[in-house]
Structure formats: C-alpha cells, structure tokens
Unconditional design. Structure first.
Length: 439
C-alpha cells in the first residue's frame, strides 16, 4: 500500500513539474526523484528501520505540497507577466559573457581551477605535517574527518574552495555552450576530489559534481533553443556523461573504503549481510541513501532539541561570529538518533523545523518554490545569467535535501556570492571592450 501511494505521488509530481516547467529535468522533478528514491530504499527495510509515523508522513507530504504550491503560484498567477516578458525580452540572445566564442568562460574556469588545485595540494601539505606520508593520511581518514568537523585541522587556508566551485560553474557554462563536456571541466572536478579525499568530505564532492551537472543541463536547455543539438552530439554527451558519473562513483566508493565505514549494523537483514563485501552497494551506502528520513522520524517523535534561531540553517554565520567571540560556536555534529543505527543527519526538514518551527517551514518552502520558479523564468526568458547562478544553487538545496540543508555550509553562500560578483565584473569589462572596439 505504501509503495502504491508513493508511486501515485511520484508520477503525479513528475507530471506537474513537467507541465509547469516544460522540461522533464527541472528543480521539482529532481526533488521528487530524490525523495522517492530515499523513501523507497527506506521501505525496502534491508535494515530493520522503524516504520515512519503518521506525523512524519504528514510533514513530508505537507512540505512537498508547499514547495509545489509555490511553483504553481508563480506559473499561474503571473502568467500575464510571463507573456509580457516573452514579448519584450528576447530569449534568442546569448548572455554577453559568451562573447568571443566563450573564451572568457574557458579562462575563468582555468584560472579559478588552478587556484582550487593549489588549495587541494595545500590541504594535503598541511595533513602531511601531521601524518608524515600520504599512505598514513589515507589510513587515518576516519580521524581526519572527525578533526575537520570539530575544527581541529589548523593551517588550511579557509574558503579557498569557493574558487573550485566557481571554476566548476564556468566550466559547466563553457561545456554547455560547446554542447560537449570539455576537458577543462575535469580540472575543478579533480581539484575537488583531491581536496576532499584528504578531508574525507563526500558531501562536498557530491555538491561539486551536482553543481556541474545542473549548470551544464540548465544552460544546455537554453543553448539548444538557439542552436539545435545533433544526434551525434547527443551520443557524445551520453558517453561523456557516463565518464563523469563513473569518476564520481569511484571517488565516493574509494573514500568510503578508506574512511573505514562500518559495514555491519545491528538490525540488518540477511539480504543486507550479503552486501557487506560489495564495493558499490554496501550497507554503509544503503544507510547513506535511506537512513536520514528515519532520523527525521525519531526527531519528530522526541521533539526535545533546543537550538538558537537558524543555528543549523545558517550555521556558517554562527561559526563566523564565534571567531570574534560574539557567540558560542555551534557543535559540528548534530544530535544522533538510534533507528536502529546511530545516525545524526535527518534531512533538511529536521533542520528547518528545529530552527524555525513546522508552520514557518511550510511558509519558507512555499516562497522557495515561488522564487526558484521565478529564477527559472527570468533566465530562460531574459537571458540573465545571474538567475542561472541562483537557479543552480537553489536546486542544490533540493538535491541534497535528503541529507541536510546545504545552506549550513559557508562554501555554498560564499561561492554563490563570488560567482555573481565575477559575472558582474566580467560583463562590465566585456561591455567596455566592445565599446572600445566600436570606436
């Protein structure tokens, strides 16, 4: 019965998202697929998870509806405004940053990628002072992860990761413009792998790869309205995409194995025990893909957490303020719950609810759905690249929502702001150059 209801909600949500966004791949369809997958994995019960309570189902469905209502509101109530935009703004004009056959995008990706690569090697250099050799670092990734979360790794230059995320964005733009995954794309992707392999940061690698995928796909949708994509280009993109997916998968699996993830859990079934030797679909990966909704369930049952306003959602603000002793530094680890495995991440809903209350969460998600739809329309109808940046980073929130709310990470907000600043400065420089050429 649960699977039947899940499938009805899943296909209905996909149809609605396709109907309003006019594309199968859109922010709401991404959100729907991710949550459908997590809930389906959870109900496979390869670990003897507790059944989700009626309250948990109500929270999940209400949040889902609120998000969709926000999007539907924009696409219906502002239909006249959209029609006006389509008449007054041409969607057949490339943003000025694609000037000179996209070479500026290439150089932005290259320069920021090299800075990011320096950041990656610098991180390894700092860790080598602690562990003396690369093999020793890899052998202690579990401890390194703990040190990173607790802020105990000293000497790493902070916030250099924003250059990697900026490089990823511009590499995605450049590749979409060329309608193929260009070699430059692998520079920031490899940089983020090198850096976060040292720090055992799977979530950061996931964030980087998703940023590339969303930037590339959303921009490609726009490019193909101007220049159609051939069958050969589609085949080429398919195989290139498989390479990117393979690179990501091998990295995540490698970090999992090096970090020494536990592969035997209390409450696991016989089917789960058979997966212990599998390098790809192991118990720890199954837990990572399914267990967070169980934590949400326990959190709603206990309702005994007490945090400051926005402490999880805007954790980077509290971390920054604590450097000046303006406030107490929040704990890097969230409270763990037994489900029957100890796990501390409980989806973005847990963090929003504990930070702002459940009614406020529904309001936030409504306006989130409204604004992400606004960003989609503004980019595709107005060729405004700033809205593509916002669209990509808001979609990242939805894509990682099964795990946590990504706004808690300083890299997310700083990268967003930095990319917007770079675009603004670059566009001004290009316009000045065009004016000089005309004279």
């Amino acid at each position: 019965m649960i699977f039947l209801i899940l499938n009805i909600i899943f296909f209905l949500s996909l149809w609605i998202s396709k109907y309003i966004f006019k594309k199968w791949i859109n922010p709401l369809s991404i959100y729907t697929v991710i949550w459908f997958a997590m809930l389906s994995f959870y109900h496979l019960k390869l670990i003897n998870y507790d059944d989700l309570s009626s309250e948990t189902w109500f929270v999940i469905v209400a949040a889902h509806i609120s998000l969709f209502l926000g999007s539907i509101t924009y696409f219906t109530a502002f239909d006249a405004l959209k029609s006006k935009q389509k008449k007054n703004e041409s969607s057949n004009n490339l943003p000025i940053i694609f000037y000179n056959d996209g070479k500026i995008l290439f150089w932005l990706a290259l320069i920021f990628g090299l800075i990011g690569l320096f950041s990656a090697f610098h991180t390894w250099f700092v860790l080598l002072k602690i562990y003396n050799s690369v093999f020793e670092i890899l052998g202690h990734l579990g401890k390194v992860y703990q040190m990173r979360v607790e802020g105990e790794i000293k000497g790493v230059i902070p916030y250099l990761s924003i250059f990697i995320y900026a490089s990823i964005f511009f590499a995605g733009l450049y590749s979409a413009y060329k309608k193929k995954i260009k070699i430059i794309s692998f520079l920031p992707l490899i940089a983020i792998i090198i850096k976060n392999t040292a720090l055992a940061g799977r979530a950061s690698i996931l964030l980087g790869f998703l940023e590339y995928v969303f930037t590339f796909i959303f921009c490609l949708f726009f490019i193909t309205t101007i220049h159609k994509i051939s069958k050969w280009e589609k085949r080429q993109l398919f195989f290139q995409g498989l390479i990117v997916i393979l690179l990501f998968t091998l990295t995540i699996v490698g970090i999992k194995n090096l970090r020494g993830s536990v592969e035997s859990f209390e409450g696991e079934t016989r089917a789960m025990q058979k997966l212990q030797e599998s390098p790809f679909i192991s118990p720890s990966i199954y837990l990572y893909l399914s267990g967070h909704v169980g934590v949400l369930n326990k959190f709603l049952e206990k309702s005994n957490e007490n945090v400051r306003l926005g402490e999880n959602t805007l954790q980077f603000v509290y971390n920054f303020a604590s450097n000046f002793e303006l406030t107490e530094r929040p704990n890097g680890y969230q409270k763990a719950y037994y489900i029957p495995v100890w796990i501390n991440t409980g989806t973005y809903l847990r963090e929003l609810i504990v930070d702002f209350s459940f009614p406020a969460t529904l309001i936030i998600l409504y306006f989130f759905g409204l604004y992400i739809s606004f960003s989609w329309v503004q980019f595709y109808n107005g060729s405004n690249l700033n809205y593509l940046v916002v669209l990509t980073f808001l979609t990242l929130i939805l894509a990682v929502s099964f795990l946590m709310i990504v706004t808690r990470l300083a890299d997310w907000i700083l990268s967003l702001g930095f990319i917007l600043l770079v675009i603004k400065v670059t566009e001004i420089m290009i316009r000045n150059r065009v004016v000089r050429e005309l004279h």
